[in-house]
Every structure is written in structure tokens, then in C-alpha cells.
Design a protein around this ligand. Structure first.
Ligand code: ZN
Length: 313
């Protein structure tokens, strides 16, 4: 079994995952990045020990997926805004020394893409894009069975292509990125701006707006239509650029969006590529997708090394 560590903005999940992608045991803890790297590392170490004991198997390796800017091949953390004291720290080296096993690190979007490619909705497909839509938009690209990396093996950010240059400002510096328009919070912000007072709208999230739309509320329906349109435009861009076999869709917002509505928008354009051959599939690894993906990071890294393709994965 592989020890999996999924580091996100709100929580750190740790678990044991078997060679078929099944979670044998898991636990989680609030991220609490302000408490510093040493404390975080000690907590992860304890959670790995505890879940390994519960699962009862032999720990063969450790896979880590983390939000933000990380360096997969050195194991170092870069600038992750919720983990300011982790910059330059190296949990890959530290954990592999403690547990005497090999460890590997990836961005969590890449980790989830690898998990879905091996054990989930994209199983058997060589060209896929994983997209998760929640409070942000992230993802990973797998081409010909290999994780796609950019210059210096960097992680491409699918959430930051511009959909509407006059749209709301984005954290990356541009305006109107996919992430600035089509996340749950972006949808809620638009709804609130149109709803005006009374301000019961202030506590509404995307999920409640989808519910109101199903109940027939006109403004909520408009918000859902807008959300669907922007989501589909981003997907159409990915299809135009990559024409993947499948786009796997995960994250909270995707639980409410209808895939056939996305396809209707995609069908309005994309006429120079065989867009209808790109399948849209919901992520199938469920709420543990990131944890399972983190375990798959280990397999992807060291299995390819064994077959002589070291370095790319
Ligand atoms: Zn952006």
C-alpha cells in the first residue's frame, strides 16, 4: 500500500491506498499553515503512522499532492499562499527519510488527473484533461499516457485562460479568466450583485443557487445559464486546443451542472475539430479523488522509472 498525502487550503487528508486505487484507511486535519512547516510535517507523519497501523499492510512508498506551486522533481514547496512558511521546505526528502521509502510530489490537479487516468473515469484513455471546478478551477493534462509538463517541468494552469477580457479581475493579473467567471464563488457573486437587497442572497453558495433554479426562480435560472455558458466556453477552448479523448470533470460545482447543457454550448462552435468525439465524464473517484491521485503520483513516478522512461512522469 502507498501512503497518500493531499494538502489543500482547508484540510490535509492522509490515507493508505492499495494498488487498485482503493482507500484502506484515512484521516484528516485542518491545514493550519500558520503553525509552520515543522508542526505540519509532524502532524502528517503522525497521520501516516496512524493510517498505516489501521490499514495493517506494508508501507511501500508515499505520494503527495498539493495545491499551489510545488516542484515535483526536487520535492520542494514554492510560493503556496496558505503555507507561507513551507517555501523551500522539502516534505519529499523529510518523509522518505522518516519512513525509509521513496516519496513523490505533484500539484494536486496533476495528481487527480493521474488518479482518474489510472483508476477512474479516464481509465484506458491516453489523452485526457482533468478539470475540477469548485472555489477555484484547477486540473491536469495527460497526453499519450504522460503527464504534460511545461518549461522547467512546470504545471500548466487550465483555470487561467481568458474567457472575457472585460470580466472581473483575476488573482493572476488578467481579467475574466475561466476561474474568475465560472467557479462557485464567481457564480454566487454574480447572483448577489443582481439580487440586490434583501440580502438573504449573501449567504447563498452555488449549490443553493442551483436548487433555486430547479425550483423555478428566474434570477437563479439565469445564473445557472450563465455558469453553464462560461464553463462550456472553457471546455470548448480545451477541446479546440487539445481535442482530448475525454475531459473528466470534478469538484463541487460539477455535481449540479448538466453535461448535456454543456455539450449544447460546445456544439455552437468547435467546428474545425471533432468535438463530438471528446467525451465529457464526471470524475468517478468521488470525494477521495485527490487522496487516491496522491497515491497514484507514486506509481506514476516510480513505475515509469522502472520501465526506463525516468524523468517525465
Ligand atoms: Zn487568472
Amino acid at each position: 500500500m502507498i501512503g497518500a498525502v493531499d494538502i489543500g487550503g482547508t484540510k490535509i487528508a492522509v490515507g493508505m491506498v492499495d494498488d487498485n486505487g482503493r482507500v484502506l484507511s484515512k484521516t484528516e486535519s485542518p491545514t493550519q499553515g500558520e503553525r509552520g512547516y515543522s508542526e505540519g510535517l509532524a502532524r502528517i507523519t503522525n497521520m501516516l503512522r496512524e493510517t498505516a497501523r489501521t490499514a495493517g499492510g506494508e508501507l511501500r512508498g508515499i505520494g503527495i499532492g498539493s495545491t499551489g506551486w510545488v516542484f515535483p522533481f526536487t520535492g520542494e514547496f514554492g510560493d503556496v499562499d496558505f503555507l507561507p512558511t513551507w517555501k523551500g521546505c522539502n516534505p519529499v526528502q523529510d518523509l522518505s527519510r522518516t519512513f525509509c521509502v521513496r516519496a513523490a510530489l505533484e500539484n494536486d490537479g496533476d495528481a487527480a488527473a493521474l488518479g482518474e487516468a489510472a483508476w477512474g473515469a479516464a481509465c484506458g484513455k491516453g489523452r485526457l484533461i482533468y478539470v475540477t471546478v469548485g472555489t477555484g478551477i484547477g486540473g491536469g493534462i495527460v497526453l499519450d499516457g504522460q503527464l504534460y509538463r511545461g518549461v522547467d517541468r512546470s504545471h500548466p494552469e487550465v483555470g487561467h485562460h481568458v474567457i472575457d477580457a472585460s470580466g472581473p479581475p483575476c488573482t493572476c493579473g488578467f481579467r475574466g479568466c475561466w476561474e474568475a467567471l465560472a467557479t462557485g464563488p464567481a457564480m454566487a457573486a454574480w447572483y448577489k450583485s443582481k439580487a440586490g437587497p434583501p440580502a438573504d442572497a449573501n449567504s447563498l453558495g452555488a449549490k443553493e443557487i442551483f436548487e433555486r433554479a430547479r425550483e423555478g426562480e428566474a434570477l437563479a435560472r439565469e445564473a445557472v445559464e450563465r455558469e453553464t455558458y462560461y464553463l462550456a466556453l472553457g471546455l470548448a477552448n480545451l477541446i479546440g486546443l487539445f481535442v482530448p479523448e475525454v475531459i473528466v470533470l470534478g469538484g463541487g460545482v460539477m455535481k449540479s451542472v448538466r453535461l448535456e447543457d454543456l455539450r449544447k454550448v460546445i456544439a455552437q462552435g468547435c467546428r474545425f475539430v471533432p468535438w463530438e468525439k471528446t467525451e465529457l465524464a464526471l470524475a468517478s473517484l468521488g470525494e477521495d479523488a485527490n487522496l487516491i491521485g496522491a497515491a497514484r503520483v507514486w506509481h506514476a513516478r516510480f513505475a515509469s522509472e522502472a520501465s526506463g522512461a525516468a524523468g517525465n512522469q
